[in-house]
Structure formats: structure tokens, C-alpha cells
Design a protein around this ligand. Structure first.
Ligand SMILES: *[C@@H]1O[C@H](CO)[C@@H](O)[C@H](O)[C@H]1NC(C)=O
Ligand SMILES: *[C@@H]1O[C@H](CO)[C@@H](O)[C@H](O)[C@H]1NC(C)=O
Ligand SMILES: *[C@@H]1O[C@H](CO)[C@@H](O)[C@H](O)[C@H]1NC(C)=O
Ligand SMILES: *[C@@H]1O[C@H](CO)[C@@H](O)[C@H](O)[C@H]1NC(C)=O
Ligand SMILES: *[C@@H]1O[C@H](CO)[C@@H](O)[C@H](O)[C@H]1NC(C)=O
Ligand SMILES: *[C@@H]1O[C@H](CO)[C@@H](O)[C@H](O)[C@H]1NC(C)=O
Length: 279
């Protein structure tokens, strides 16, 4: 992405900001000239914001700079020509800047300078690991101005497909520089995969991915099931071994085992006795 790389000095487009331009706006309304909007490029060159108070019928008491409505420390002076320099601008320096003039017994006046930058996603989850039936939450937060449009996508067959808010179990919350995707009641067959958040503004675009893993309900039981399986296998081995061992102990005559055996030996004895008797 190549934004405007022109130094601000060249981009100075003298914007005449006439404040409170009511129908009867007289010449005694303060007028402010600014150096105009700038874009933090790549590579980022130093930028200088300027405001000149070109006419005012009131006595200036002090002036200062604000960024996104917050006063920048140590910028307060009694000066009608104001300058704010950012020597190493980064995406987080982008935003809405104001130069503000306070007057003796007159309303304050200000002018706006937009400092733009492509979005940069500065926070996201690399992975989200949940059990089926639970909810997953993924987020991305960004710097860059104007605030980006957010899109969530899911990789299907190698292509990222848009996820619509409120479609099925998907819910999306967007704030200016933050987005959140929630998936309710996770399904092990449908939901695991690669999810992408995409931030796009007028200057550029950036995206990051989160890998969602969904484990089976049984996952927490696996160690226990492993031990159980081991015990079952041991028992089976012992039983099989015992069953194989027993036939070896039985004598090779085809006589049935158990109490019958004693009967049969008795029979032999009886036979012998009978034989003896006959002798
Ligand atoms: C503001 O005034 C200074 C000093 O006269 C001048 O160098 C600068 O270019 C002016 N800036 C703008 C935006 O008019
Ligand atoms: C700011 O400067 C102006 C012009 O020099 C002067 O009239 C005014 O009194 C000063 N204000 C303060 C608060 O020092
Ligand atoms: C700038 O002026 C506008 C209109 O008077 C006002 O609503 C806004 O709060 C001012 N901003 C700052 C930073 O003073
Ligand atoms: C996000 O935006 C909010 C409000 O616009 C702001 O207060 C906050 O500092 C921003 N955060 C970042 C990381 O830019
Ligand atoms: C998505 O839908 C929810 C619930 O209807 C709503 O609260 C939320 O603002 C929507 N988000 C977006 C980005 O439209
Ligand atoms: C983000 O989405 C936009 C619009 O679909 C696309 O043009 C852009 O290439 C995407 N950006 C990234 C970094 O994937």
C-alpha cells in the first residue's frame, strides 16, 4: 500500500476556516488558516501541522492543540501562529487534530486537521480453543484514521467467505477501532477453522487471522479413558493367557475334565479290583 508520501509542506492547501458562519457573521469572527489534511505514508516522513489565526477582533489569551478531543500536553501558548510537528509519525498518530484559540471575553474558536493513516491491527487472538457447545469470541483492534470498516471472513475451501452478522450462530459487534465476532454453541463439525478480520479505510487495508479449535465434550475425560483402556487391555491379556495355559495342564487322554476325572480313575481302580478278584 502506498499512501501519499508528499511532505506536508508541499500539501499545504490553505484552507480558510470561517467559524460560526451565521447570516450576520461579521468580520469580527475569528478566521483560521490551516495546513490541511495529511496522510502518514510508507515510508513515513515527518509531518507538521499549522494553524494561523489571520483575523480576530478579540484579544487572544492562549491556544493549544488537541488530538481526538484531548489536549496535547505542553502545546499551550499565547501564539496566533501554531505549529505541531510529528517527527516520526506512526499509524497511532493519525486522528482528528484541532487547534484551539481562547479569547478574552469571547467564545473560543478552533479548526480541524485530519491526519490519516491506513489501518493497522494492533491486537487480535492468534487462536481460540473451546469445547463444543461453548461460545467462542474473537476480536481485532486497530489504529489508523479514518476508523475502518470491519469485515469478518471464514476460510472455506481456501477462500475467505464473508460472515453476515446474526446469521445462524454468528454475532458481530463493531466499534470505531474494535470488532468482535462471537460464535454461539460451537459445533465440532462446522466451526473449527481459520477466521479473518479485515479493516479497510480510505487509505489502506489490513487483516489478521485467528485459528479456532473446537474440542469434543469427551476431551477432559481422555486421560481417564486412557487409563480405563489400559486396564481393559491388561484384563483381556490376562484372560487370554489363562485360557491358553489351561489346556496344557490337562492330560492328553480325551477324558473330560473336572469331577468326571476322579470318577474315571475310580473306574480304573474298580476295574483293577475286579480283575484282581477274578484272579
Ligand atoms: C502561518 O504563518 C507562518 C508565518 O507567517 C507561515 O510561515 C506559514 O506558512 C503559515 N501557515 C499557513 C498554513 O498559512
Ligand atoms: C497574549 O498576547 C497578546 C498579544 O501580544 C496580549 O495582548 C495578551 O495579553 C497575551 N495574553 C496573555 C494571557 O498573556
Ligand atoms: C471546535 O469547535 C466546535 C464548534 O464550535 C465545537 O463543537 C468543538 O467542541 C470544538 N473542538 C475543540 C477541540 O475545541
Ligand atoms: C479507539 O477509539 C477510541 C474512541 O474513538 C479511543 O478512545 C481509543 O484510544 C482508540 N484506541 C486505539 C488503540 O486507537
Ligand atoms: C449484529 O446484530 C446484533 C444483534 O441484532 C446487534 O446488536 C449488532 O449491533 C449487530 N452488529 C453489526 C455490526 O451490525
Ligand atoms: C479486506 O477486504 C477488502 C474488501 O473486500 C479487500 O479489498 C482487501 O484486499 C482485504 N484486505 C486484506 C488485507 O485482506
Amino acid at each position: 500500500m502506498s499512501g501519499s508520501t508528499l511532505p506536508s509542506a508541499l500539501v499545504i492547501s490553505l484552507l480558510l476556516v470561517s467559524l460560526l458562519p451565521g447570516p450576520g457573521a461579521a468580520q469580527n469572527e475569528p478566521s483560521i488558516v490551516t495546513s490541511g489534511e495529511v496522510t502518514i505514508g510508507d515510508p513515513a516522513l515527518p509531518i507538521t501541522l499549522q494553524c494561523n489565526l489571520t483575523s480576530s477582533s478579540h484579544i487572544l489569551t492562549y491556544s493549544y492543540w488537541t488530538k481526538n478531543g484531548i489536549e496535547l500536553t505542553a502545546t499551550r501558548k499565547n501564539a496566533s501562529n501554531m505549529e505541531y510537528r510529528i517527527s516520526k509519525p506512526r499509524a497511532e498518530d493519525s486522528g482528528e487534530y484541532h487547534c484551539v484559540y481562547h479569547f478574552h471575553s469571547a467564545p473560543k474558536a478552533n479548526a480541524t486537521i485530519e491526519v490519516k493513516a491506513a489501518p493497522a491491527i494492533t491486537g487480535h487472538k492468534r487462536s481460540e480453543n473451546k469445547n463444543e457447545g461453548q461460545d467462542a469470541m474473537m476480536y481485532c483492534k486497530s489504529v489508523g484514521y479514518p476508523h475502518p470498516e470491519w469485515v469478518w471472513r471464514r476460510k472455506e475451501n481456501g477462500l475467505f467467505m464473508d460472515i453476515a452478522n446474526n446469521s445462524g450462530r454468528f454475532f458481530i459487534i463493531n466499534k470505531e477501532n474494535y470488532t468482535e465476532l462471537s460464535i454461539m454453541n460451537l459445533q465440532i463439525t462446522e466451526d473449527p477453522g481459520v477466521y479473518q478480520c479485515n479493516a479497510t479505510n480510505s487509505v489502506g487495508t489490513h487483516s489478521e487471522v485467528t485459528i479456532l479449535r473446537v474440542r469434543s465434550h469427551l476431551a477432559p475425560l481422555w486421560p481417564f479413558l486412557g487409563i480405563l483402556a489400559e486396564i481393559i487391555i491388561l484384563v483381556v491379556i490376562i484372560v487370554v493367557y489363562e485360557k491358553r495355559k489351561r489346556p496344557d495342564e490337562v492330560p492328553d487322554d480325551d477324558e473330560p475334565a473336572g469331577p468326571m476325572k476322579t470318577n474315571s480313575t475310580n473306574n480304573h481302580k474298580d476295574k483293577n479290583l475286579r480283575q484282581r478278584n477274578t484272579n
